[in-house]
Design a protein around this ligand. Structure first.
Ligand SMILES: NC(=O)c1ccc[n+]([C@@H]2O[C@H](COP(=O)([O-])OP(=O)(O)OC[C@H]3O[C@@H](n4cnc5c(N)ncnc54)[C@H](OP(=O)(O)O)[C@@H]3O)[C@@H](O)[C@H]2O)c1
Length: 253
């Protein structure tokens, strides 16, 4: 099994980058980081590292891959942790000759360790590094799939879920009830939704925007279906169409 001496994290000054730096250092690896203001440039990090991980904002990921791709050694492993996989994996394949495994940790920088967490792997070129990746992330549940399939599933798991939560929050904001009142009257169904809403609101809006804007399958196939269903449900409610309502409810059983 190939084992890296040096792991380089581009954007290693950021939240996920710092999380992975601590994670790999705890396992005894030497970790290099680069950001816009580090003495070590992204390109120098690319040259020096056996494993290069891109952990920069989604909107600039492809540009950063383009900038460093030629510097990542052919025998190295090129990875990223971007929440969307198709464009970054295509860019890593196009702009480097290295082995490529697109990666998406399905957790944020607040988690303590990998126990109970899921990481999606999209191996795209070569097979020498995959055993090490599986070994180093063995505490997590690993899902191996293609970038296309990943992005389709995330259209539901992330983009649609965030859209529902955001519209729920915006609706609550326009209604004349204080948070205190809502919590006092909360049901077991309302409370977890409310808590997820607060959690989402405390996070970085940029990533959420990119997941809404950049997932083509979500915009073309998922959101239009959702909006159609909302419209149909609205009709059922306004028309007091009991049969229609029971039919709709029956479908989700
Ligand atoms: N946060 C999450 O919950 C989460 C979960 C799963 C996956 N992800 C993915 O993780 C990636 C990073 O997210 P994050 O939340 O860690 O964002 P972040 O905290 O904003 O970190 C990104 C870092 O990238 C650095 N950066 C910006 N431009 C750069 C450039 N041209 N070259 C090198 N570094 C640059 C910035 O550091 P400097 O200011 O020092 O340049 C910044 O700290 C994203 O692709 C996101 O989709 C995030």
């Amino acid at each position: 099994m190939k084992i890296p001496k040096t792991i380089g994290i581009i954007g290693g000054t950021g939240r996920m980058g710092q999380w992975f730096k601590a994670f790999f250092e705890k396992k005894g690896y030497e970790v290099l980081v680069s950001g816009r203001h580090t003495a070590l440039t992204n390109q120098a990090l690319g040259q020096k590292s056996d494993v290069v991980i891109v952990s920069v904002p989604i909107s600039i990921t492809v540009d950063v891959i383009k900038e460093v791709g030629a510097y990542v050694r052919k025998e190295a492993l090129f990875m990223d942790v971007t929440s969307l996989k198709k464009a970054p994996v295509e860019a890593m394949l196009k702009f480097s000759q290295a082995e490529v495994i697109g990666t998406h940790p399905l957790f944020g920088p607040g988690v303590k360790d990998l126990k109970g967490q899921t990481i999606v792997l999209c191996p795209a070129r070569g097979d020498k590094w995959l055993p090490w990746v599986k070994e180093v992330f063995k505490e997590a549940h690993l899902e191996v799939t293609t970038p296309e399939e990943h992005d389709k599933i995330m259209a539901v798991i992330q983009a649609l879920t965030h859209f529902i939560l955001l519209s729920f929050g915006l609706t609550l904001k326009r209604l004349p009830f204080s948070s205190e009142t809502l919590i006092r009257y909360a049901t077991p169904t309302f409370r977890p939704l409310w808590e997820r809403l607060l959690k989402m609101a405390s996070q970085n809006a940029e990533i959420y925007a990119n997941m809404q804007f950049d997932n083509v399958f979500y915009k073309e196939e998922v959101l239009p279906v959702f909006l159609k269903e909302i419209e149909a449900l609205k009709e059922i409610v306004f028309k007091q169409d009991k049969e229609g309502f029971l039919g709709a409810f029956g479908k989700i059983k």
